[in-house]
Design a protein around this ligand. Sequence first.
Ligand code: CU
Length: 233
Amino acid sequence: MTELTRREFAFLMVGAGAAITGLGAGSGARLAKYVDAVPRLPTAVPRHEAYPDADYYELTMWQRPWRFHRDLPAGQAWGFWATGEHGPVGLGYLGPTLVTRRDRPVVVRYRNHLPTTHLLQSAVDVTLWRNVPGVPPDPPGGRMPQDFPAEPNVWTVTHLHGGFNLPQFDGGPEDWFTPDGRHGPRYASMPGARANEAVYAYTNDQDATMLWYHDHSMAITRLNQYAGLRVSI
Ligand SMILES: [Cu+2]
């Protein structure tokens, strides 16, 4: 776990460090190792008014400051924030853990409150969903024909990795939604979602184990996860 976290730090320094911290990858700066405690993910508390037979959570994606190392200035990162009795529950990066019981249904309202410009905008590869002059199309038939926005935007969709999920709540790549309310071609939700939300129900009948939830959006999954949208449950 510690190793993974160190690797994440190292990756972020190299891959996203320029954007997030202003430190160039070639600056020669060396950071002291093992000086920060590994952050502990907070635990979200479920509510029961809306769905009495389920644990109900609201998880909002925000861009917030996050300090990746004690000797770096605070940068910006993405994370999930749960609605809590005493305010939002989150870190700024990653997000809260949900503690559940096998066979106890869970309902999650995912809300996209991110900016409409990607945190890692310079790394967005539009050729993954659009024909670009000079870039040969993938055979057969060129790039993906889905109805994507004309310009890169911040679409997200959350997949519960390892859950026995109904297909409409599985968070597939085309199920995305944006902060300004656009939806992917296979977007689905329980009733009552606002335009920048999707409400998913999980039967939670897989074996008791640790799962994780993470962004799964078409073409920008890697960027959304580097930015912070991935958490254990
Ligand atoms: Cu996964």
